[in-house]
Ligand binder design. Structure first.
Ligand code: IMP
Ligand code: MG
Length: 178
């Protein structure tokens, strides 16, 4: 275990089970469609890679980079698009892949943003959900796991750009923040 991690909240094998379940659900729901999976970088990178590998059906992928956290643990509420989607999404069915939904600001913004660009449908899959922290309501079709209000790292999730490469999800020791 990493020296800064106080506790493992979700193990590698539990993540694996969650990802397989989500892949099956999405595979069933999108069967026969021509659709686009849109990863929200950087946090969703490991989740999206594993999810894609676990799916049977074919689809296209794209990415956006957004930021609302200035190296801290609280959303600033303002979402910036640092890298936009690289194709026309007019009339397309989109599934946004997120690592975690917290205040809801990021996904609330992105759903509106993609509809404004002409998407036919915009749905969301998130690996983790912290419903206690929600400030804006966002409908989420697929949720991997609901977690308590704690700041987590690993499996793509960072604190100040660190810990993304951990294969499990953990809670940092309190002294790491101070
Ligand atoms: P929201 O806009 O407040 O819903 O936050 C969404 C984004 O904040 C996610 O895509 C993550 O990048 C980041 N985030 C929220 N909670 C956590 C956490 O516990 N650990 C790491 N990143 C988080
Ligand atoms: Mg993120």
């Amino acid at each position: 275990m990493h020296k800064d991690v106080g506790e493992i909240l979700i193990s590698e094998s539990e993540i694996n089970e969650i990802v397989k379940r989500l892949a099956k659900e999405i595979d069933n729901d999108y069967a026969g469609k021509d659709w686009l999976m849109v990863g929200v970088l950087k946090g969703s990178i490991l989740f999206m890679a594993d999810l894609m590998k676990a799916m049977e059906n074919d689809f296209k992928i794209d990415f956006v980079v957004v930021s609302s956290y200035a190296d801290g643990t609280e959303s600033t509420g303002r979402v910036n698009v640092l890298k936009d989607i690289s194709q026309s999404i007019e009339g397309k069915d989109l599934l946004i892949v997120e690592d975690i939904i917290d205040s809801g600001n990021t996904l609330h913004f992105l759903v509106k943003y993609f509809y404004a660009k002409g998407a036919a449908s915009v749905k969301i899959v998130t690996l983790f959900d912290k419903p206690d922290r929600r400030r804006v309501d966002v409908p989420v079709e697929y949720v991997g796991k609901v977690i308590p209000d704690a700041f987590i790292v690993g499996y793509g999730l960072d604190y100040a750009e660190k810990y993304r490469t951990l294969p499990y999800v953990g809670i940092l020791k309190p002294e790491v923040y101070s």
